[in-house]
Design a protein around this ligand. Structure first.
Ligand code: GLC
Length: 675
């Protein structure tokens, strides 16, 4: 059941698509102190799931999280906000219910931080819709929520292949080289990402013609090798006379303005830039139409970046900073002064004050940015998604964003922002994934290998061994870091077998993704979602279920050589050897120490389930999704699997012919699926 309550006069977020009636009775479960907080007293054993993109574990207890889209490239365990703002959680235990705050502003979630059992939610102002959801289980509540916020974005099938990225591949020849090296080394690849340097001096919807001459021909040339080029689009539009996007946006009044109506200018990659007012539907349509510049050249995938929006500095803040700096000149700086000095430049980026100095025109109303901060990246991606419906009604376009808010999940996926080549971020990637699925974000993945700082061969191997299960599987690294393409490392065969396994698993992974999207199900699940009566399963923080058949237990520590795995029931364990062969054995329920050298990986097939696998290939079009080998762990007798299969390009998602039931009683080779 869904219980909806309205407080004050909320700014529409367009997050909820299935309306419920506003109730006047007391809000169940929680205590509402109007103007202050919404709180709940947890029992010791209660678990809190959700909150989407955030630090810390699957169980969110023990920390304070703040929904405020933030550029946080150095995030760690003690960070409070990341790139997304996802206000949905489920309390599971003494009482089990879901809670969603449909709100555009900043909100904090104290989940047993101030007091061990206190869950305290504090929105910045008191204008929002509060939803309480009930159901017979945690997954049932999540499903109800997902139905309420609408169908998740569906990526084209090629976007389930491996993508290689770097900030930046500087020329067309460098991109060609990346492709060549993958092909020469027999490493699968479906996409290469273009970071900001493909543009002419970081101007959206332009091309650096010198570095990427005859772009259309180049796109076609790569397409012939089954490679898709995926360019980045930044939120900030460079302020430069003669640049048509800037001039048109100014003329039409589509950029955010300051209180006095003058244009708001802030610096990001292109230097001084304008922020399109994505909350104004006309401006949104205008910006969306700009994607045609690249769509017309054969591009069919994009990533939207810097759309929290990130702000490096504004002139106002810079002026203040210089004045403060002057005050330090010639002084004998004691400790406090010295720290204050460091803070002067350190607080220029993402400064709170800047977000209070610009305005949006939303449905004829002028709204200060901080009131709607979390809707900004959402609406940039919505601009693109709505445009793709107009410009490419029959063909799926890849779209994922950095900033997000629930609602955006209908228009695109997300990557998990700037992470680091740290082992802890591999674990965070795993722990965040089911929470994102709960909030509707299914097409997700982190920068595999880590974005900032230097990766190592072992970290990249382990990260890929998890990453092959992520819908978005992209290796991305920052400028000035060690080269992170697989062929730059020594043990190419080990990488090869892991990568090729992804392509063999694609029929299953894609089928599970599609069913999750179409039926509002989870793709990555905490163990407790499938084994609710097993108290041990509820405490597992480093294993996940992937769709209905598989469980994974990635290695996320250096030099580990293996790990403990908890099995809630007997499972069939697969071991991938470095030569690509798969061995399997049955493991009983309980705890096991499993040796997993860095050049091998393991995964598990659940009892009573099937795993359809393909022969593989070096790109998605090479994978045969119809002639499958089906691995089974029959319970007793026959076991069935609902297999979803379509062309991966069009949008005829609901055609019942896309689903076939496979029924077998043991492993079957060369199983033919007719759909
Ligand atoms: C941001 C993005 C990162 C990108 C960089 C340069 O930091 O998050 O992925 O490489 O900008 O465009």
């Amino acid at each position: 059941m869904i219980f909806k309550y309205r407080f004050g006069n909320p700014i529409p977020t367009d997050t909820v698509v299935k309306e419920s009636e506003v109730r006047e009775d007391a809000v169940p479960f929680v205590t509402v102190l109007e103007g202050e907080s919404i709180s709940y007293e947890m029992a010791d054993a209660d678990i809190v799931y959700g909150l989407g993109e955030n630090v810390r574990g699957i169980n969110k207890r023990g920390w304070t999280y703040c929904s405020k889209c933030s550029d946080q490239p150095h995030h760690q365990e003690d960070t409070h906000s990341l790139y997304g703002a996802h206000n949905f959680l489920v309390v599971s235990g003494k009482e089990t219910f879901g809670l969603f705050l449909d709100y555009s502003g900043v909100v904090s979630f104290d989940v047993g931080y101030t007091t061990k059992n206190g869950l305290v939610i504090t929105p910045a102002d008191w204008n929002f819709d509060l939803y309480i959801l009930t159901g017979e289980s945690v997954p049932a509540i999540v499903k109800e929520f997902r139905g309420m916020v609408g169908r998740s974005y569906i990526a084209p099938k090629w976007a389930f292949g491996y993508g290689q990225s770097r900030w930046s591949y500087m020329t067309a020849d460098e991109v060609r080289q990346v492709v060549k090296k993958h092909r020469e080394n027999d490493l699968p690849l479906d996409s290469v990402y273009l970071d900001i340097d493909y543009m002419e001096r970081y101007k959206d919807f332009t091309l650096n013609e010198e570095a990427f001459p005859n772009f259309e021909d180049f796109v076609r040339e790569l397409a012939e090798e089954n490679i898709h080029l995926v360019p980045i689009i930044d939120a900030g539009v460079k302020k430069e006379d003669g640049y048509s996007v800037y001039e048109e946006g100014m003329e039409k009044g589509y950029f955010c303005t300051k209180e006095d109506g003058s244009p708001f200018v802030a610096a990001v990659w292109p230097g001084h830039a304008m922020f399109t007012d994505f909350l104004n539907s006309e401006a949104r349509e205008w910006f969306g139409n700009q994607y045609a510049f690249l769509l017309d050249k054969g591009i069919d995938g994009f990533w939207n970046d810097m759309n929290e929006p990130a702000i490096f500095y504004t002139e106002d803040r810079l002026k203040e900073a210089f004045e403060k700096l002057d005050g330090f000149k010639g002084k004998n700086l004691a400790m406090e002064d010295f720290w204050a000095l460091l803070d002067v430049t350190g607080s220029l980026s993402g400064n709170e004050e800047d977000y209070k100095t610009f305005y949006h025109e939303m449905n004829g109303q002028r709204i200060r940015h901080d009131k709607v901060h979390n809707l900004y990246g959402y609406n940039m991606t919505r601009a693109a998604g709505e445009a793709f419906e107009r410009l490419s009604p029959d063909k799926r376009i890849l779209m994922f964003s950095r900033a997000s808010c629930i609602g955006m999940h209908r228009y695109g996926g997300i990557w998990q922002g700037d992470n680091k080549s740290w082992w802890s971020h591999l674990l965070m990637n795993l722990q965040m994934s089911p929470a994102l699925n709960m909030c509707g974000f299914l097409y997700t993945g982190a920068d595999l290998g880590g974005f900032g700082s230097n990766t190592t061969e072992e970290l990249l191997l382990r990260w890929l061994a998890f990453g092959i299960f992520s819908p978005l599987m992209r290796n991305h690294a920052a400028r000035d870091t060690r080269r992170q393409e697989i062929y730059e490392f020594e043990d190419i065969p080990a990488f090869r077998s892991i990568l090729k396994l992804r392509y063999r698993l694609l029929p299953y992974l894609y089928s599970e993704y599609m069913k999750a999207a179409l039926d509002n199900e989870m793709y990555f699940m905490p163990l407790a979602f499938a084994y609710p009566d097993d108290p041990r399963a509820a405490r597992v923080e480093d294993q996940l279920l992937v769709g209905e058949s598989l469980m994974i237990a990635p290695v996320y520590q250096p030099n580990a050589g293996g790990r403990y795995v908890y099995l809630p029931e007997s499972m069939r364990m697969f071991r991938l050897k470095r030569d690509g062969s798969l061995e399997s054995s049955i493991l009983e329920a309980g705890d096991h120490y499993v040796e997993i050298p860095a050049d091998e990986m393991i995964f598990f097939l659940r009892k009573g389930h099937l795993l359809p696998m393909a022969e593989g290939g070096n790109s998605v079009p090479e994978v045969d999704f119809e002639n499958l080998t089906v691995f089974a762990y029959p319970d007793d007798g026959e076991v069935s699997y609902e297999y979803y299969h379509d062309d991966g390009v069009g949008k005829d998602y609901d055609n019942p012919e896309n689903r076939a039931v496979i029924t077998v009683s043991g492993d079957v080779r060369g199983y033919e699926v007719t759909v």
